[in-house]
Design a protein around this ligand. Structure first.
Ligand code: HEM
Length: 620
């Protein structure tokens, strides 16, 4: 294997690796990569995507930034322009976002689930981020105590004495740890600007299903028979394989009843309830595709079936994200106009090897705004649409066992397309703002943490991003007219001394939605920048006609027919009826239909003439 420095992307020697071995930093700081073969398909570990920079696209590689960072001395959060401290994050949050429950009349919980799943593909939300969340939940729960003061990784959040909730509870502090960086894990010297490090591949490649490295996929994922992923059948339901000894992830399983904990190549699927459900469906979908392929192509071996099913599964996840989920939030016409999606339905080849497969740090950061659509309860329905019960969703994080008892997976699946998400507004769910991590931590405010993290990432203020996106400089609070409503401009004036002190996320929270969509314009801009970057930088992007093992035009046309509704019809428990646009609530123009009427792809597009010839005895 060739050896690369994970930070610089440059090749290194065995001697360099020995030095890392000595300081126990090889895991984070070195990418070991087999030589690239340009004709090879997408690697699980993301390497060799860019042939000039083989390690880019792999795990533990750096983010890019759309604007350079700003910090105060020693990389502490920047001050306001007057030199005073910025307002306390919890104060900003409670002044801008209130707490309550307003159900969306437009989106379903499935939309929230799918967003979280697609995010987990690129940031391993709960492998790395929760490894880092685990950092403050399990390993460093003490940031609010004396011990925390001495720990560099601790960044506790101060609660003001007049806090609307905690003036009653007495809590004065929220536990939080710093983002891990190449510096904190020891790859780069501490006196350089912190650069975030994570364990997932930055590419959209179904990391939650297939993992981020080859070995775990071979050991935990592949059945090595008929192209299938390993699976288990329990109570007539198909599950991903499970840990046979008590695993260190499903902390909240209520044992002895709740035992199931997925043993997949990555632990990401065991985390948020929504990620968990979508992971189960995509895990099953791999096998659904592989079995169909095996029927039409009896001469294909395990490997060919596996790789083709994986390739199709990844393409489906991307198709549903780009063409079904995002357009309803961002506006279909906006996305077409900005070249994120192609209305023609054919191939497009916008690959450019000068764009490296990397994520912008801003992309997952701004997506935290979606904590706004998270309803605090998971509602469970039966297959006829009768509401049965509900459960606080924050208590289901790291609790896979819940889904495997009392037919809960059936009811949660039904609920996913029947329950509305929370409305996209200035109101966040109380469980997200006061609990967040359920029983894992006594108090936690996810949205306040979101704001705090932005300061530790060193993001430039909101107005700089606004300028980057739309060209016009904002020099005073008055300039926000037309962008932010009057009430919220007034709140901002009370919170911040100057307009260029406004935190990036605080600005995104208050912006009026984009024309033709539901999201703030600056969020839209920062998100589509990455969505386009994915298309330019991913050599294996599914819409490319020239990638290795590219789809044929009829195959791509079949991929385009797929929807999340069809996936649920094929592999969702007890799904016999569903609305065709399942990210949207059922209703006029989107009535529930029998699955017979929900369009899907025809696997015959993958029929291999060689098998037919072989079957008829005239193999060449
Ligand atoms: C029950 C629901 C959810 C819970 C309990 C939850 C919890 C969390 C936690 C604990 C973090 C890490 C915070 C930190 O310390 O930095 C996080 C990050 C994040 N969450 Fe959620 N979340 C939920 C739903 C969602 C949904 C529906 C989305 C939709 C996109 C989302 C998007 C994000 C994003 C973008 C991040 C930042 C990821 C990163 O940069 O690594 N979350 N969430």
């Amino acid at each position: 294997a060739l050896l690369y420095d994970s930070y610089t992307g440059l090749q290194i020697t065995r001697e360099d690796v020995k030095r890392h071995d000595k300081s126990n930093t090889t895991f984070w700081c070195v990418n070991k990569i087999e030589p690239c073969d340009p004709a090879e398909g997408r690697r699980v570990d993301g390497s060799c995507n860019n042939l000039k920079h083989p390690s880019r696209g792999a795990t533990h590689t750096p983010f890019r930034r759309l604007l350079p960072p700003v910090f105060d001395k020693n990389f502490t959060p920047k001050k306001s322009s007057s030199g005073n401290d910025l307002p306390l994050v919890r104060y900003v949050r409670t002044r801008i976002l209130s707490v309550g429950k307003v159900p969306s009349q437009v989106f379903t919980m499935l939309a929230a689930h799918y967003f979280a799943f697609m995010l987990a593909d690129t940031v391993s939300l709960h492998d790395t981020d929760t490894r880092f969340t685990v950092n403050y939940v399990i390993w460093k729960p003490y940031c609010c105590t004396e011990k925390g003061k001495a720990d560099y990784m601790c960044i506790p959040i101060k609660i003001p004495v007049d806090d609307p909730v905690h003036r009653f509870s007495g809590h004065r502090c929220l536990n939080l740890t710093r983002p891990e960086s190449f510096q904190s894990v020891g790859c780069v010297k501490n006196d350089t600007t912190p650069d975030r490090i994570i364990s997932s591949t930055p590419l959209l490649d179904l990391s939650v299903i297939y993992g981020n490295l080859l070995q775990p996929l071979l050991q935990k994922g592949r059945l090595f028979k008929d192209g299938l992923l390993k699976y288990e059948v329990e109570n007539k339901r198909v599950w991903p394989p499970s840990y046979k000894i008590q695993a260190n992830v499903c902390y909240l399983n209520q044992r002895p009843r709740e035992n199931r904990c997925h043993e997949m190549p990555e632990d990401g699927a065991n985390t948020l309830a929504g990620i968990n459900l979508v992971s189960i469906w995509f895990w099953r979908y791999h096998n659904f595709i592989a079995s169909q392929l095996a029927k039409v192509n009896p001469c294909w071996d395990d490997n060919k079936l596996f790789e083709t099913a994986r390739d199709i599964n990844i393409a489906l996840s991307q198709q549903i994200y780009y063409y079904e989920l995002l357009p309803v939030f961002f506006g279909y016409d906006n996305m077409v106009k900005d070249g994120v999606i192609d209305p023609m339905g054919g191939f497009r080849d916008e690959y450019n090897e000068n764009f490296l497969p990397q994520l912008s740090l801003e992309y997952p950061y701004v997506l935290r705004w979606m904590h706004n659509i998270q309803d605090g309860v998971l509602k469970l329905y039966d297959k006829d649409g009768y509401y049965l019960k509900q459960f606080p969703i924050v208590n289901l994080t790291l609790r896979t066992g819940y889904f495997a008892v009392d037919d809960n997976i059936d009811y949660a699946t039904q609920g996913s397309f029947r329950q509305g998400s929370a409305k996209l507004d200035y109101v966040a769910d109380p469980d997200i703002t006061e609990q967040g991590l359920g029983p894992h931590q006594r108090v936690s405010d996810l949205v306040t943490s979101d704001l705090a993290k932005g300061r530790y990432f060193g993001f430039q203020p909101y107005v700089k991003y606004r300028e980057l996106c739309f060209g016009t400089a904002i020099q005073s609070f008055e300039d926000l007219r037309g962008i932010v409503d009057e009430e919220r401009i007034e709140i901002l004036r009370e919170l911040y001394e100057k307009v260029d002190d406004i935190d990036l996320l605080a600005g995104v929270w208050v912006e009026s939605p984009i024309h033709g969509g539901f999201v703030p314009p600056t969020l839209y801009c920062l998100e589509i920048e990455q969505l386009k970057h994915n298309i330019y930088s991913d050599r294996h992007w599914y819409e490319r006609p020239t990638r290795p093992n590219a789809f044929t035009p009829p195959q791509l046309a079949e991929i385009r027919k797929m929807t999340i509704a069809r996936i649920l019809c094929d592999v969702g428990d007890t799904v016999e009826r569903i609305q065709p646009y399942a990210f949207l609530k059922a209703g006029k123009g989107n009535q529930m239909l029998s699955c017979e009427y929900i369009n899907g792809m025809n696997i015959y597009a993958w029929r291999d003439e060689n098998c037919i010839n072989r079957d008829h005895g005239f193999e060449q």
